[in-house]
Design a protein around this ligand. Structure first.
Ligand code: SAH
Length: 347
């Protein structure tokens, strides 16, 4: 199968059962082989046609140059809480990070959508490293299959909170969500897409009518502070983001949640919590507080648990539903904002 746009062969990973069936028939195999190929790719997690032993050996040999679309593990680390971080090497040599976060009931994968990120948020390691390229659909799906295989457990939840800004790679993210949902079996309601906000893209996402959760990274209750932390915010003020969130809720019938990274002495005072409650009034929404995870080249400080609690309490008193994100994998540099995609051997 080739891409209609570039005429280059596309990897098998990412194709639907129907598309796989068409492809397999083109190679001279009977129709029912499409379902077998689908199972081996998405359920058994095969890395090559060679290992698909239900297929005739001669065919496997003949087709052995076919690109499946799986990455290689370049490096992995495990934190004491069981969180695992993987650095994956893609076909062009680019490295991306993906994180598997286990609890007794869930296995959540934190997926990257870009190599690097152009949004340049001042407190985020990925943002400090610059931008290389968007990930293809199969490169997003592969991360989930890899975590599943490596952690020997089915992935139940997925957050698009790894490297990159998902709404800058909307088509591939939506394409990957469809495959992860329909072909791998992860419920749409267990999938969260996190964005710092890109003009017009929240509206575009709404048009797909997905049942995923949209999380918007707010991080400040006023425009000036937000722009100092997030340079891209100058093109998309908070009021416009919140208007687009209202429209998103109307179109999809889903609530939007807000993320707020707490930076001591910057955005974490009770006064700022009150301001935040004010701008979120009427949203029936949920605020997820993320205590800042230190990165080496940013000058911010993590607030004390007491400061976090006071901020959360102040929001609750203003009738805003709030949760504090438990930090996972911090000593493996696998926590929010610590992903950079390079392997630093001096650590
Ligand atoms: N580009 C998307 C996904 C990024 S990561 C977005 O901005 O939403 C998910 C969350 O982690 C975002 O809210 C991001 O701002 C936050 N984050 C980034 N760096 C962080 C850090 N060092 N400590 C805590 N949270 C961080």
């Amino acid at each position: 199968m080739t891409s209609a746009i570039t005429d280059k062969p596309v990897p098998l990973l990412g194709l639907s059962q129907e598309e796989l069936t068409t492809w397999v028939e083109q190679t001279g195999q009977p129709r029912y082989r499409g379902k077998q190929l689908h199972d081996w790719l998405y359920q058994k997690g095969a890395h090559s046609l060679e290992e698909m032993t239900v297929f005739p050996k001669a065919w496997r040999q003949e087709m052995s140059g076919t690109e499946i679309g799986r990455s290689q593990i370049y490096h992995k680390t495990e934190a004491s809480d069981g969180t695992m971080k993987f650095l994956l090497r893609l076909a062009d040599g680019a490295i991306v990070e993906t994180v598997g976060i286990p609890t007794s009931k869930r296995l959540t994968v934190c997926v990257s959508t870009q190599v690097g990120c152009p949004m340049a948020c001042d407190f985020c390691a990925t943002g400090k490293g610059g931008f290389e390229r968007n990930l293809a659909k199969h490169e997003i799906i592969d991360q989930v299959l890899t975590v599943q295989e490596q952690m020997n457990r089915r992935v139940s939840h997925l957050v698009f909170m790894g490297m990159g800004e998902p709404l800058l790679n909307l088509e591939n993210v939506v394409g990957a969500v469809r495959v992860l949902n329909q072909d791998i079996g992860i419920g749409q309601r267990n999938i969260t897409i996190s964005t710092v906000g890109v003009p017009n893209r929240i509206k575009q996402l709404a048009q797909y009518h997905l049942q995923v959760t949209l999380a918007v990274s707010l991080h400040a209750p006023d425009r000036e502070l937000r722009e100092s932390l997030i340079p891209s915010a100058r093109k998309y003020p908070i009021t416009a983001i919140l208007d687009d969130c209202r429209e998103y809720i109307n179109i999809t019938g889903r609530r939007v949640s807000f993320e707020y990274t707490l930076l001591a002495g910057v955005n974490a005072s009770p006064q700022q919590a009150k301001q935040l409650a004010q701008i979120l009034r009427g949203f029936q929404s949920h605020v997820n507080l993320i205590p800042y995870n230190p990165i080496s080249d940013a000058d911010y400080k993590r607030p004390t648990p007491q400061m976090v609690e006071l901020f959360a309490q102040t929001l609750k008193e203003q009738n805003i539903a709030v949760s504090v994100r438990r930090t996972r994998g911090i000593e493996a540099d696998a926590a929010c904002g610590q992903l950079r995609g390079t392997h630093n051997t001096t650590k």
